[in-house]
Design a protein around this ligand. Structure first.
Ligand code: AMP
Ligand code: ZN
Length: 109
């Protein structure tokens, strides 16, 4: 957990282009964007992956999606893709749960 890059970004120990932050979540531009808009929405709490979610995380995960909605609205996106990779076999590289918000332009995915 001490070496977790997204924990360090959440604490401000590693710089990132933040687009949203509150006490529970942070959102920042992906360093290697796969679409015109590619934002990662990350709980500040270290949760390794969806496989590691607990009952107590219910509200946090709800907020994760509400932040995605808020960012998409603010950026006037007509559509987007929301993706969570789970485990190496699911394409997850960073072992700290994150939601990808992807959109090609302001009119769709
Ligand atoms: P995943 O494959 O779902 O684990 O996605 C990890 C994502 O994190 C990739 O899209 C990377 O480009 C992105 N990423 C890795 N390091 C950074 C960083 N320092 N700042 C922003 N995004 C990063
Ligand atoms: Zn972490």
């Amino acid at each position: 957990m001490e070496d977790c890059i997204f924990c360090k970004i959440a604490k401000g120990e590693i710089p990132s282009a933040k687009v949203f932050e509150n006490d529970k979540l942070v959102a920042f531009n992906d360093i290697n964007p796969k679409a015109k808009t590619h934002i990662l929405i990350v709980p500040k709490k270290h949760i390794e992956s969806v496989k590691h979610l607990e009952e107590a995380d219910k509200e946090l995960i709800g907020e994760l999606f509400l932040v995605a909605k808020k960012i998409a609205e603010e950026k006037n996106l007509q559509g987007c893709k929301l993706v969570i990779n789970v485990g190496r076999e699911g394409g997850q590289i960073i072992d700290h749960l994150h939601l990808h918000l992807l959109s090609s332009d302001a009119t769709g995915v």
